[in-house]
Design a binder for this molecule. Sequence first.
Ligand SMILES: CC(C)(COP(=O)(O)OP(=O)(O)OC[C@H]1O[C@@H](n2cnc3c(N)ncnc32)[C@H](O)[C@@H]1OP(=O)(O)O)[C@@H](O)C(=O)NCCC(=O)NCCS
Length: 169
Amino acid sequence: MLTLERLRADHAPALLAFEAENRKYFARTVPDRGDAYFEAAGFAARHQALLAEQDAGICHFHLVLDDEGRIVGRVNLMDVEDGCAELGYRVGERAAGKGVATAAVGQVCRMAATAYGLTSLVAKTTLDNLASRTVLERNAFTAVEDITIDGRPGIRYRRSQAPLPDDTA
Ligand SMILES: CC(C)(COP(=O)(O)OP(=O)(O)OC[C@H]1O[C@@H](n2cnc3c(N)ncnc32)[C@H](O)[C@@H]1OP(=O)(O)O)[C@@H](O)C(=O)NCCC(=O)NCCS
């Protein structure tokens, strides 16, 4: 079973370990975060900055934990404005291909409507990121625009907060 936890200060060490463990894996599909991100002092400062944004209601960050409490992914809502936020997510290599991203994104979509009062979500991914596109499309995101992401062809998606089939749960 998966649990989503809202990002806290004490998550920092485990989150850094998760990002470091999966650095090469993530870099195959999304831009690498750069060496500075993985230095302890810089990571701690950045973590504090993220929490400040969260406290201000600009972002909602979540860790995805497995049934043993280990971080298997992240699902974030960023740049909240006028009832809309941008969705971002990543799932580590050890948990890949097991439906974690699909389930966690579904959960965050429900939280966006209920806990956070958002009326729409946007997301973007590169055309060749088939796993990411599958996750979005399974969670009722619709492709709305062809875009360019870091020089590569991409797609912008949108989801209005209509209920998913199991939203009654
Ligand atoms: C994209 C990502 C979040 C998917 O996480 P995940 O937990 O493995 O995804 P899920 O298991 O929920 O579902 C992905 C679906 O895409 C499929 N898939 C995975 N890799 C694929 C590939 N290379 N080509 C086609 N389909 C693929 C999976 O098999 C699964 O479908 P299935 O249930 O029919 O088997 C993860 O790979 C990741 O974090 N990648 C790096 C960061 C990233 O790309 N983030 C998204 C940026 S917008």
